[in-house]
Design a protein around this ligand. Structure first.
Ligand code: PMP
Length: 362
């Protein structure tokens, strides 16, 4: 490994080294074709086999049942903020939104353009530190769907349970924690995630959608925003991000090799527990942002005793090869994003550095 650093960025994030090496080895002539993956037709058998492998990999990793389609779209998770209400919410109808952070709020703004939004929980007043109590959520009888964000990337706030929305269609933005722990896909009408954290590179959005939702798409929906049409065309209504889908197939192979989602969940827990222990054991030098029962295993957010120390912390860390630690501008402080591919050694280095930095700056 030459000059690789520990990249704590919130996304695009680290990819497994073996995936990058495999992609490099196949770069000039993809599987004997004499072309790179980026130069072959998306209608070729070769690319179709890649798309199939990516889909199969996702299906295996998350035990996606046959009742759900696995789609690879473009436009990022942000386009889903609009596509979901454009397909499932119309004027005079309503949808429930649970707001545990900045991304959920962005999704709400887009839904507002299409119909009535009931915010059934918002953690905004407290600076988004919490998730609702599992039994405190009550859904509107007439809601077309309920939308929540399983992990809020900016605040580092994560659900520790999967909400039970009863008969209401459950929709989840899982951009920053998909594939980090097992989920029960049968509970969801739609799950979506930008790829650039746990799935692959940016430029692909994974959408897992239950078949009955496709029947709800309005007949006059624009083609490129139409889940039914995209599904009917196997994610190839237009030219897909061939490079992105290829890398996803490699990431899914890697995940399977290391033991799948249950194995990565254990590693993820070890990593986040090490970091939270360092925060809690710092005699108040470091303070976690999220409430304990809402702490994220993916984005560990914390503060130093004075905001002036943030810059020194980040630049000294960067000198040691620990990069991308600056918190999001809206929250400040420090954010260590430790997605699936982030190695535990990087966490050990950060913990060591945190100890030294607090000793020197108390
Ligand atoms: N939702 C969540 C939870 C995110 O973390 C992000 C990006 N960080 C987005 C949505 C937006 O994703 P994209 O940039 O792919 O549109």
């Amino acid at each position: 490994m030459t000059n690789r650093i520990f990249n704590f960025s919130a996304g695009p994030a680290m990819l497994p080294t073996s995936v990058l090496e495999k992609a490099r080895s196949e770069m000039m002539s993809f599987r004997g074709s004499g072309m790179s993956i980026m130069e072959i037709s998306h209608r070729s058998e070769l690319f179709e086999s890649v798309l199939e492998a990516a889909e199969k990999g996702v299906r295996n990793a998350l035990s996606v049942p046959l009742s759900h389609k696995v789609l690879f779209l473009q436009g990022g998770a942000s386009l889903q903020f609009s596509m979901i209400p454009m397909n499932f919410l119309s004027k005079g109808r309503s949808a429930d939104y649970v707001l545990t952070g900045t991304w959920g709020e962005k999704a709400r703004v887009e839904a507002d353009r299409c119909g009535r939004v009931n915010v059934i929980y918002s953690g905004e007043e407290d600076g988004y530190r919490a998730v609702p109590d599992e039994h405190a959520l009550s859904f509107s009888d007439d809601a077309e769907y309920m939308h929540f964000t399983s992990n809020e990337t900016i605040e580092g706030v994560q659900f520790s349970y999967e909400p039970d929305a009863g008969n209401t269609a459950l929709i989840c933005d899982a951009s920053s924690d998909i594939l980090s722990r097992p989920i029960d896909v049968t509970k969801y009408a739609l799950i979506y995630a930008g790829a650039q954290k746990n799935i692959g590179p940016s430029g692909v959005t994974l959408v897992i959608i239950r078949d009955d939702m496709l029947d709800r798409v309005p007949q006059d929906q624009h083609s490129m925003l139409n889940y039914r049409k995209i599904a009917a065309n196997g994610s190839m209504l237009n030219t897909p991000n061939t490079w992105g889908v290829y890398l996803i197939s490699l990431v899914m192979e890697w995940l399977e090799e290391i033991g799948g989602v249950p194995a990565i969940e254990k590693i993820n827990k070890q990593k986040s527990e090490r970091l939270y222990a360092a925060i809690d054991g710092s005699d108040g030098f470091y303070t976690g942002h999220a409430e304990r029962n809402a702490r994220s295993n993916m984005n560990v957010t914390f503060r130093l005793p004075a905001a002036e120390l943030d810059a020194a912390f980040c630049s000294e860390a960067a000198r040691r090869g620990l990069d991308g630690l600056r918190g999001h501008r809206s929250v400040g402080g420090i954010r260590a994003s430790i997605y699936n591919s982030f190695p535990i050694e990087g966490v050990e280095h950060l913990v060591e550095f945190m100890g030294e930095f607090s000793a020197a700056n108390r």
